[in-house]
Design a protein around this ligand. Structure first.
Ligand SMILES: Nc1nc2c(ncn2[C@@H]2O[C@H](COP(=O)(O)OP(=O)(O)O)[C@@H](O)[C@H]2O)c(=O)[nH]1
Ligand SMILES: [Mg+2]
Length: 360
């Protein structure tokens, strides 16, 4: 399951967004008390799963999910490092206040999204500098005991990170090769995490946020590598999401939107992370799974169950488009040569419907 951490100043709309993303998803796992955060689970909307469910009529329909956490209180970057939901987050969602509402006092005094964006970036960078510094000291200590290639490599990456951070650069801006990126993952650097900037706008700006972005002088803050942006109007969209389903589209249309906030935020998040979805279907359940683009079949199988990866024989793959064009009939797809048998290195594609064959 993907994990996302909500960050931002108080009263920017984090809790409102959390509700917007997670309402209707059923019971969230109970929040451990010692973790000063609020957690919800968002279901990834995917019309393809709905169609497959209609075709296969399974006992269960299981969408992909995203765990969303919000820190209690001010939610400083230093506090984030103490909370697993943030340290292990796949992405951070920075809710940036762009709405004006006199009834909601602004935590920093006045409306200045560019300042708030920079301030959050600085906080992440500062927290990471602390992590890098501690890590560097540890490596030096370890090196006194014994030197190894691994330690040398680690020190080199850490020094590079430290230099970037000291220049005020977030680590997501570093173009690291795959091996170094992997070394970095173990450190849970906050500024290395992909960042989705959620622009919480007035309803008059949400359909076309460009003028508001320009007025705020925000364009630079939104253009860095590893950053995606999504415009929302959290308060009104939450009100709309609570209306009967058949009324929602019209109200969304009134503020110039065609898709619900959940869909837009999830799509932006998948774009940011380069995630794709594949499906498993059957009488028992129809289910959507999310994996990074480029994931091999055996690895994808491992996300379902380690036994399936271990005993992997073949992946029986048919694309969603082909399967639905034949009303869900694998037999008809087979007849037309649309079902392929793929090996463990096959790169899973978005929309693949996969039956993993494995030995137990
Ligand atoms: N006008 C307006 N108010 C909002 C919007 N989003 C949130 N709020 C209000 O701002 C206040 C703080 O929201 P909340 O989600 O609790 O912010 P948090 O402190 O970041 O978790 C609440 O009164 C919300 O109703 C918005 O898009 N427009
Ligand atoms: Mg809150």
């Amino acid at each position: 399951m993907l994990r996302a951490g909500l960050i931002g100043l108080p009263s920017t709309g984090k809790t409102t967004l959390l509700h917007l993303l997670t309402r209707g998803a059923g019971e969230a796992p109970p929040t451990p008390r010692r973790q000063a955060s609020q957690v919800g689970v968002a279901q990834v909307p995917d019309p393809r799963l709905d169609r497959l469910t209609a075709l296969f009529d399974p006992r269960r329909r299981v969408p992909a999910t995203v765990e969303v956490s919000e820190l209690a209180g001010h939610g400083s970057a230093a506090a984030m490092l103490d909370v697993t939901g943030f340290r292990n987050a796949d992405a951070l969602l920075h809710v940036l206040r762009m709405f004006s509402d006199e009834r909601v006092p602004h935590a920093a005094g006045d409306l200045d999204p560019a300042r708030d964006a920079r301030q959050m970036e600085d906080e992440l960078i500062l927290a990471d500098l602390g992590v890098a510094e501690r890590r560097r000291q540890r490596i030096h200590q370890d090196m006194k005991k014994s030197r190894s290639r691994g330690l040398d490599d680690e020190l080199r990456v850490i020094e590079r990170c430290r230099a970037a951070l000291e220049d005020g650069l977030p680590l997501r801006a570093l173009a690291l090769d795959a091996a170094d990126a992997k070394r970095l993952r173990g450190f849970s650097f906050l500024s290395a995490k992909p960042l989705l900037i959620v622009l919480n706008l007035d309803e008059s700006d949400v359909a076309d946020p460009k003028p508001a972005i320009e007025r705020a002088g925000l364009a630079d803050a939104l253009s860095g590598s590893g950053i995606e942006t999504v415009p929302i109007c959290a308060k009104i969209e939450l009100e709309i999401a609570e209306l009967p389903p058949e009324e929602r589209a019209a109200f969304l249309g009134d503020i110039g939107l065609t898709d619900p906030g959940l869909d837009r935020v999830v799509r932006a998040g998948y774009r940011l992370l380069g995630y794709i979805s594949f499906f498993t279907v059957g009488k028992d359940e129809c289910r959507a799974w999310s994996v990074p683009r480029g994931t091999a079949a055996q690895e994808a199988a491992g996300g379902i169950h380690s036994d399936i990866a271990r005993g992997f024989i073949r992946a029986e793959v048919v694309h969603y488009d082909a399967l639905t064009a034949r009303d869900g009939s694998h037999a008809a797809c087979r007849e037309h040569g649309e079902v392929r048998l793929e090996g463990k290195d096959y790169e899973v594609r978005d929309g693949d419907v996969i039956n993993f064959r494995f030995a137990t």
